[in-house]
Each structure stands twice: as structure tokens, then as C-alpha cells.
Design a protein around this ligand. Structure first.
Ligand code: A2R
Length: 315
């Protein structure tokens, strides 16, 4: 436990050195496991004014801290934080949107192209010395050309992906709960309707109750046997058993996944499939973007204590 002066702030161990360094000396930082919060002595629990976490903070732990004012979360997703409960208690929750938008959109496009053109497999083939022996690599059975792309979740990242897809000369449609005013892309009032009308589905919706497992067997069937599914949102939005069945049985052609239902554990049945490209949740993971996210976490905490006004509150 640090003895620094300033407001008492709990920081969970998952936070990186940049966030810790940014707050050290300005806050009384307490680096604790969630389990340790349950054993904090009287006098300390009352002192805690902020928690810094990564996407989730238990509701019961929130209630162990009677004077908690702020939960500053690292990253865009905050599906592990009960926002309604925090709001009812007057606790402000912040996340780190915008600073990851373009980076995640780049990754989504990279994943899509790798998924249809199989660059990873081609490179592995070359490195294994096959080029000299076999002379030419087999033609790709999939292409980006002629595809039509559906975006499930046309928010900040979804729009950045859509701009890139447009630049590739492909039509874009989308599904959100509400149509977006400032775009001309075709709106589909349901996910199934979107899946029926495209052959490439990119999911970038948040996790949580309203999206839990909604991308399932019916959606894959609607996407069709040329279908390509990309997920850079949350793994919980997908019924993974249904995805494995759809990939294995030829219901869809391929998938590219940066997120999974039970990270960091990835289903062996999924990994056994040749028509899936998998990444270890790295869509926003560059040195520059990570630094920007870290700085925004620090700025949210310090601006809250200095001006009672968080920079990027979850609304
Ligand atoms: O539904 P709307 O109109 O609130 O639109 C949001 C959409 N969305 C949904 N669409 C259909 N059914 C739902 N149950 C549902 N829930 C949310 O997802 C909105 O267009 C989009 C989310 O956009 P943003 O809030 O701007 O988030 P951002 O920065 O694009 O990040 C999306 C997700 C994060 O939550 C992380 O899970 C991941 O990407 O990094």
C-alpha cells in the first residue's frame, strides 16, 4: 500500500505501469486485488474515493466503499460494471473511447483481409520452404472483391470501419437499435435482416445483457455459405458453439476473431478449424494507442479530483 498523499485511489493489478506512474505522487494509490477490498479495515474503506479498473468492477465491492465517487475504467468496454447501480449511488464511471477508434478499425480491416486472403497461411507456407519446392501457392478461394459488408454496431468504431470499407469500393449496411442520422449507409432494423442482406458481417457492439449470444445459428445461416464473420467487439456477443458448427459445417466460409467468450481461454474446437483467423484481443494493442488510453485514464481521475468533472464519462 502506498503512503502517497492525495485522495485514496484503489488501482487493480491489471493496470499498466503508465497509469500507475501517472497517478503516483498525486493520489494515495492502493494496488489491491479485488479480493483484498473485502478485507480493508474500517477507516480505509471510508477513505477510498476512486477505483481504477479494466472493464469490470464488482457491484458488491462498489458497495463496500461508502464514499466512492469515481470508477475510471481502462478501455472502451465496461460491460463488467453495473452502470445503473453506480449511477443510483452517484458514482461517476469513465471509459476511454475515441482514442482507440482508428486503431481498432485498422485491425478489423486487417483481420478481414487476412481472413479472406489467408496471408498468415501463405507466409507460414513460404517460411516452411514450400515455395522453392512447389513453385506456387494455391489460389485463394475467397476474395474481398464483390462483397457487401454489414456492420453490427455502427458507433464510433463501426463508423471508422465503414469509412474504410467504402474506400475499398464495397457497399455498407448496418444494424443498431436506432438508425444513425449522419450516415447514408443502408439501415436494417434487425440483425437477422442485416445478415440476410450481406455476405460479410463485422461485429463491433459492446458486451452486456442486450447483446449476449445474439450472434447465433440463425445469423450464420442467414449470412450464407460465402459468409465471412469478423468480431472486434466482445466475445460474449457470439454463441461460440453455433459459430464452430457454422464454420465446421460450411454454413459460413470463414471467421476472423479478436475477441472470445472466455478470454484468455479459446475453445480447442475453434482452434482446430482451418477457416478461422484468431488474434489475442490485440485490436487496440499498439504502444502509441496504449499510451493514449493510459493518459486518458489518468486525466479522468485527476480532472475529477481537481475540477469535479470527468473527461469521458459513460453516459
Ligand atoms: O443500439 P444503439 O443505437 O445504441 O447503437 C450502438 C450499438 N449497439 C447495439 N446495436 C444493436 N443491438 C444492441 N443491443 C446494441 N447495443 C449497442 O453499438 C452503437 O452504435 C454501437 C456502439 O458504439 P459506441 O458506443 O460508439 O462504442 P465504440 O467506441 O464504437 O466501441 C464499441 C465496442 C466497445 O463497447 C468494446 O466492446 C469494443 O467495441 O471495443
Amino acid at each position: 500500500m502506498s503512503t502517497d498523499a492525495g485522495p485514496a485511489v484503489i488501482i487493480l493489478p491489471a493496470l499498466n505501469a503508465a497509469v500507475k506512474a501517472g497517478l503516483a505522487g498525486r493520489c494515495r494509490l492502493m494496488e489491491l486485488e479485488a479480493a483484498d477490498i473485502r478485507n480493508l479495515p474500517t477507516g480505509v474503506v471510508e477513505a477510498v474515493r476512486a477505483v481504477v479498473c479494466v472493464g469490470s468492477f464488482d457491484r458488491a465491492d462498489m458497495d463496500r466503499l461508502p464514499n466512492l465517487e469515481l470508477i475510471a475504467s481502462f478501455g472502451v468496454g465496461y460491460d463488467g460494471i453495473d452502470i445503473r447501480h453506480a449511477t443510483a449511488r452517484g458514482i461517476v464511471v469513465t471509459n476511454t473511447p475515441d482514442v482507440v477508434t482508428e486503431e481498432v478499425a485498422d485491425a478489423a480491416i486487417g483481420l478481414l483481409i487476412n481472413c479472406v486472403r489467408g496471408f498468415t497461411k501463405a507466409e507460414t507456407w513460404l517460411r516452411a520452404g514450400h515455395w522453392e519446392q512447389e513453385k506456387s501457392y494455391p489460389l485463394s478461394t475467397l476474395t474481398l472483391r464483390g462483397r457487401s459488408v454489414g456492420i453490427f454496431g455502427l458507433g464510433r468504431i463501426g463508423k471508422a470501419i465503414a469509412r474504410r470499407v467504402e474506400a475499398f469500393g464495397l457497399p455498407v449496411a448496418y444494424h443498431n437499435r436506432r438508425a444513425v442520422d449522419d450516415v447514408s449507409y443502408r439501415y436494417c432494423p434487425s440483425l437477422i435482416e442485416l445478415a440476410r442482406s450481406v455476405d460479410t458481417l463485422i461485429a463491433v457492439v459492446p458486451g452486456g445483457a442486450s447483446t449476449d449470444g445474439v450472434i447465433g445459428a440463425e445469423v450464420f445461416k442467414a449470412l450464407g455459405d460465402r459468409g465471412v464473420f469478423i468480431n472486434v467487439g466482445r466475445g460474449t456477443t457470439v454463441d461460440e458453439e453455433a459459430l464452430i458448427a457454422a464454420l465446421g459445417g460450411g454454413t459460413i466460409a470463414a471467421a476472423g476473431l479478436d475477441v472470445f467468450a472466455r478470454e484468455p481461454v479459446v475453445s480447442p474446437a475453434l482452434l482446430a478449424l482451418a477457416n478461422v483467423t484468431v488474434l489475442p484481443h490485440i485490436a487496440a494493442a499498439t504502444v502509441d494507442t496504449r499510451a493514449a488510453v493510459s493518459q486518458l485514464v489518468v486525466d479522468n481521475v485527476m480532472q475529477w479530483f481537481e475540477e469535479r468533472c470527468a473527461l469521458s464519462p459513460v453516459v
